[in-house]
Design a binder for this molecule. Sequence first.
Ligand SMILES: C[S@@+](CC[C@H](N)C(=O)[O-])C[C@H]1O[C@@H](n2cnc3c(N)ncnc32)[C@H](O)[C@@H]1O
Length: 209
Amino acid sequence: MAQHEGHLGAVYGAEGPQEVAALYDRWADTYETEMARAGYRHPAIGVALLARHLPRGARPLLDAGAGTGLLGEWLDIMGYPEVEALDISAGMLEMARAKGVYSRLHNLPLGGELPFADGAYAGVISTGVFTTGHVGAEALPALIRICRPGGVIVLTVKESLWQGGFGVAVEALVAEGGASLAEMTAPYVSMPGEPGTTPSRAVVLRLKP
Ligand SMILES: C[S@@+](CC[C@H](N)C(=O)[O-])C[C@H]1O[C@@H](n2cnc3c(N)ncnc32)[C@H](O)[C@@H]1O
């Protein structure tokens, strides 16, 4: 696995969700500047894929692991009028709140059940969350449950997770008929300015209508 320094190295090495939350709380103020410096691409790719698979105006959407709200700003510009943010870090969510683009904010963990109704969302998007030391395939069942029939789930997934079982979990889901794989990118480097970044891929799942 690549070695990273600073905040990035710390969050990748976190031992459990509470440590992840505390580390992001401390990073929140400078996250966007540091990620811009690293040439961070996941949100741009996620928004592009969502716009290709979900019509303008679809609502509501859930930004799962929203962080400081990079996606929320761009989804607003792209014509998605109702986007909710969920994140385990209260500090990151405060930055997202300040942008004034999210209709609701939820300080909750991904990885188990979520307190939302079946089919509550027209779409779910999550960028930079399914990665080293963060969230794995255990979060998929709840995201699928809260996405409505015919809706889409857009995820970026670090290649080490994908090869380590995430890909198999997606294949199983598709084989069971609950969702189809609408699109998958080739592996790409999400932070070209951060040496040694392990590639990721982005996937679009469409729930059975
Ligand atoms: C690399 S940031 C990505 C933020 C935003 N999606 C973006 O692309 O800029 C990862 C985010 O996932 C959140 N996160 C990590 N583990 C989580 C979990 N178990 N549940 C919810 N959020 C989590 C972190 O707090 C952080 O805000």
